[in-house]
Design a protein around this ligand. Structure first.
Ligand code: PLP
Length: 294
């Protein structure tokens, strides 16, 4: 039995007693929004950006949960403290709760708010990263749902699109799926954003396509600006990625993860990938650990 505690609807509860109703719309329909966050040294990385994306997700599905960013942040801090966790994975979910009858936007009064945490030791290039090897990528048949059907900027519990993509990896045992949009252009990974190097430039599919605005993606683009590396946010083909000099994928848990191959074709990391890893790592060290390990 775990002695971990989750935060459920305002209270800390032992994991084994943390439950939601079977009538909760998050359970029944995936009618919920969430954020996957990472705490370093007891503090959440880029909370403001996560809070803003959560607000955008909620707005996209007309979910009025009524909780302020400060209150959500307070609950996360309380959960980390209660579990004596400093370096942690944090998942914050807000569902539309139990709401029988017709849905009328603006009338959500009883959301379910759940915060789950687990230890996630500090990785980065200074220590061992969380992943055990650079990622192998495989293009999947499952296409990224078009924005006109489900806005990709909304991070909702309705994650079957990515789950179907990941299920296709069972044969090749690849680490991450490459999802294309309806027109066959690169979109994103099942749970990550795609980057590759073309000449001097760092390329990544633009947010005009069905791509989640990743917090790590934003950080990498910011680092590129600081380092004077041109960024090309555009529309790309699979051949662009397969023929790239270097590639990497990003998300909150992996941070910057080099790509080893795409569909069995060697791509490999390289000097720019290493640079992004090191600068990302240095930012974390400086901001959350007072540069102790720099
Ligand atoms: N794209 C998808 C579909 C995701 O699920 C995720 C993260 O889970 C990302 C991209 C990366 O986002 P972030 O860097 O905010 O973790």
């Amino acid at each position: 039995m775990s002695d971990r505690q989750y935060h459920v609807d305002g209270d800390l509860v032992p994991v084994d007693e943390a439950t939601v109703s079977v009538r909760d719309r998050g359970f029944m329909y995936g009618d919920a929004v969430f954020e996957t966050l990472r705490a370093y040294g007891g503090e959440v990385f880029r909370w403001a950006a996560h809070a803003e994306r959560l607000a955008n997700s909620a707005a996209a599905i007309s979910l009025d949960h009524g909780l302020t960013h400060d209150e959500l942040q307070r609950r996360i801090a309380e959960t980390l403290r209660a579990n004596d966790l400093r370096d942690a994975y944090v998942k914050l979910s807000i569902t539309r709760g139990v709401q029988p009858g017709k849905l009328t936007p603006g009338t959500d009064v009883d959301p379910t708010v759940v915060i789950q945490v687990k230890p996630l030791p500090r990785g980065g290039v200074a220590a061992d990263p969380i992943w055990d090897a650079p990622a192998t990528l495989q293009t999947v048949k499952t296409r990224r749902i078009p924005d006109a059907a489900l806005p990709s900027r909304a991070k909702t519990h309705n994650y079957l699109n990515g789950i179907l993509a990941r299920l296709e990896l069972r044969v090749s045992d690849a680490d991450e799926a490459v999802m294309l949009d309806g027109d066959g252009h690169l979109a994103e990974g099942a749970t990550s954003n795609l980057f590759f190097v073309d000449g001097e430039a760092l390329c990544t599919p633009s947010l005009d396509g069905p791509v989640l605005p990743g917090i790590t993606r934003e950080e990498v683009i910011d680092i590129a600006g600081e380092e004077g590396i041109p960024v090309n946010e555009g529309s790309f083909t699979l051949d662009d990625l397969r023929g790239a000099e270097e590639a990497f994928v990003t998300n909150t848990t992996w941070e910057v993860r080099p790509v080893e191959s795409v569909d069995g074709i060697d791509v490999g990391g390289g000097p720019l990938t290493t640079l992004f890893q090191r600068v990302y790592d240095a930012r974390v060290e400086r901001e959350f650990y007072d540069g102790e390990r720099l």
